[in-house]
Design a protein. Structure first.
Length: 128
């Protein structure tokens, strides 16, 4: 992995975690990731792995017009993008079964029921 690719990866991670972690925690995580990357031969794909389809943009804009806080908008955007990246389908092709399967995998990964319910409500709002 080139230095530029590593820098891009680190910057993407920082951007995604900026509103979730403190600066100190972020620095520690970035240090660990940087050290671990040295042990792997990884290549960046030219694919857009973080798609922001028109439906998501329209949804976030609608929430902004409703007066939702910037922090809420970022949280919704992050949670929905995470799901979209995992399912790997455009929003208009995702079924209730895809979402259920995704939530099941998240539960197996150790995500709490409370968090899953909050995320499910976000997905319900998004697809509603």
């Amino acid at each position: 992995m080139s230095v530029e690719d590593k820098t891009r990866l680190i910057n993407n991670i920082k951007t995604n975690l900026a509103d979730i972690l403190t600066v100190s925690d972020m620095d520690k995580i970035i240090e660990v990731i940087t050290n671990e990357l040295c042990r792997f031969d990884v290549s960046m794909l030219d694919l857009e792995c973080n798609p922001k389809d028109d439906m998501l943009k329209a949804f976030i804009n609608a929430l902004a017009v409703e007066g939702r806080s910037p922090k809420t908008l970022k949280r919704y955007d992050y949670i929905i993008q995470r799901m979209l990246r995992s399912i790997k389908l455009p929003s208009n092709e995702i079924s209730v079964y895809d979402i259920r399967s995704y939530l099941s995998k998240e539960k197996e990964r150790g995500v709490s029921d409370r968090t899953l319910e909050g995320n499910r409500q976000i997905y319900s709002s998004y697809f509603g």
